[in-house]
Write a protein that binds this ligand. Structure first.
Ligand SMILES: [Zn+2]
Length: 489
């Protein structure tokens, strides 16, 4: 019995450095469970766990330490690995000497190894005692976190099962005889775009006036004072694609996701004989979301599809930026793909070859983070901080010119009757989580809700269009006018 217990404690001790080094990863995965793919979590977990366990072997077998001391040394290295960015920013704040990665990192490594080697002076018996206590505490914490994850995974699987049970297929019947008369409909969502009158309140660097003039002259009705009723992306999109108001809560994330996947607006377009084309960047940020329900879904540039799986995704970057690897985690391999995708959309939107009318949906992460763009669309240097709200306005200026270019492209590609809707889901949220920095001081709460909302729909009367000031009513108005116009023909 006694030896069995000893074996268990010895086994737990051996896991201790691995549990410590993977703790931030488990913590972030727990907090962002709906957003992080399991594969990404497990890859990072395994790599760090194995490396950390190997450091025990280095101290134990190569440096000939007692096993308990080797575990303590490896644990010290694991702790210091995880708190690197904390000490870096702490030292920067002390402001005693100029602290950057290049001079702090060597000091930190030498210091860590020095402390790790001090374990040599701990008596063997005490070392075993220390390791036993910490191994038991760490294992308990690990079990608690782990069972939370298992519970969430189980609940999600149960919700998916319930949802698949309740689903019934609807047929794609055409209710309007002559579908060739129906206009193409374009629905552009620019994520996080502030209403035109918001940025000038905070900066002189943004001048939305020429954009407003452009859209007005093009024939758009621009709704000033249009507001979202939450700052949750999925909540906003689910409401507009179902013309229905839902309660706003992040706990309902998977409900919104399902409501988008089963959108009544999309079903209606299908019934009217439309082909649905979607450009969707949402799953770049939220890879666990359901696919947009489109006939043609373009989430990556066709020629970039091979590079689609990037090892260093947002989750891994978030965890590794805490560590000495931070220095090499500043380059975001996704930025170039993101930029290429935006230009691809601009160059191809409206050109899809479909037999009948089409509904083209585009959800673009602009001016959303990464705040990587100068106002002319070239890239800011990485050091500027792609999660720094201070760069929101240059991103926004790029959005202003980019959105005009996209609309220009639509008018060229689709010269006949068409409807073009340009909206944002919500305004700039000034988030502080996910590594965001540089929040604009005194940013008004109400300005986070003010959105871009405008529509080009000649032939739909002003009175009807004005209801669209509430974005949830967008497609009630659109279908009402489409049916009205087709009966009058
Ligand atoms: Zn959003």
């Amino acid at each position: 019995m006694e030896t069995k217990k000893n074996h268990l404690i010895k086994f737990l001790s051996f896991l201790l450095p691995g549990i410590i080094i993977t703790y931030p990863g488990v913590y972030f995965y727990n907090k962002n469970f709906d957003l992080v793919p399991f594969s990404s979590f497990s890859q990072l977990f395994l790599i760090l766990f194995v490396l950390s366990t190997l450091t025990i072997v280095v101290f134990w077998k190569i440096l000939k330490c007692d096993l308990s001391k080797a575990v303590i040394s490896a644990s010290i290295i694991a702790v210091s690995f995880n708190v690197y960015s904390f000490f870096l920013s702490f030292s920067k704040r002390l402001d005693i000497f100029i602290v950057e990665d290049y001079n702090f990192l060597p000091f930190f490594i030498v210091f860590t190894i020095f402390i790790a080697l001090l374990t040599y002076y701990i008596p063997n018996k005490q070392a075993t005692g220390i390791v036993t206590v910490f191994a038991i505490i760490a294992s308990l914490l690990f079990l608690i976190n782990g069972s939370g994850l298992v519970y969430k995974g189980g609940m999600n699987a149960y919700a998916a099962w319930l949802d698949s049970k309740g689903k019934n297929e609807i047929s794609d019947q055409t209710t309007i005889a002559n579908t060739s008369d129906l206009p193409d409909v374009f629905f552009l969502i620019f994520d996080e775009a502030a209403a035109f009158d918001v940025p000038p309140r905070y900066t002189e660097a943004v001048n939305p006036e020429s954009a407003v003039n452009y859209f007005t002259q093009k024939g758009f009705t621009v709704f000033e004072d249009s507001e979202a009723n939450s700052v949750f992306t999925l909540h906003q999109i689910a409401q507009r694609l179902n013309a229905t108001e839902y309660p706003a809560s992040m706990d309902l994330y998977s409900v919104y996701d399902q409501e988008i996947a089963n959108s009544t607006v999309i079903k209606k377009f299908k019934q009217l004989g439309y082909t649905v084309v979607a450009y969707d960047q949402r799953r770049d940020k939220f890879p666990t979301d359901s696919a947009f329900p489109a006939d043609i879904l373009i989430e990556t540039i066709p020629e970039d599809s091979k590079t689609k799986s990037i090892f260093l995704d947002d989750y891994k970057l978030m965890v590794l930026r805490l560590t000495p690897l931070k220095k090499w985690m500043n380059t975001d391999p996704k930025i170039q793909l993101h930029r290429n995708y935006l230009f691809y959309v601009r160059n191809t939107i409206g050109l899809e070859d479909t037999s009948g009318p089409k509904f083209v949906y585009a959800h673009l992460m602009l001016p959303h983070e990464p705040f990587a763009f100068k106002s002319d669309g070239s890239l800011l240097p990485v050091e500027a901080g792609y999660e720094n709200w201070g760069n929101y306005f240059s991103n926004y200026s790029f959005f202003l010119s980019y959105s005009q270019e996209v609309v220009e492209e639509i008018f060229e590609a689709s010269p006949g009757d068409k409807i073009v809707i340009v909206q944002s889901d919500h305004g700039p949220r000034m988030l502080t989580n996910f590594g965001y920095t540089g929040q604009i001081p005194n940013f008004l709460q109400e300005d986070k809700f003010k959105i871009i909302n405008m529509i080009y729909f000649p032939g739909c009367d002003e009175g009807k269009l004005s209801q669209m000031s509430d974005p949830i009513k967008t497609f009630d108005v659109v279908f009402d006018c489409i049916e009205n116009n087709s009966q009058n023909k």
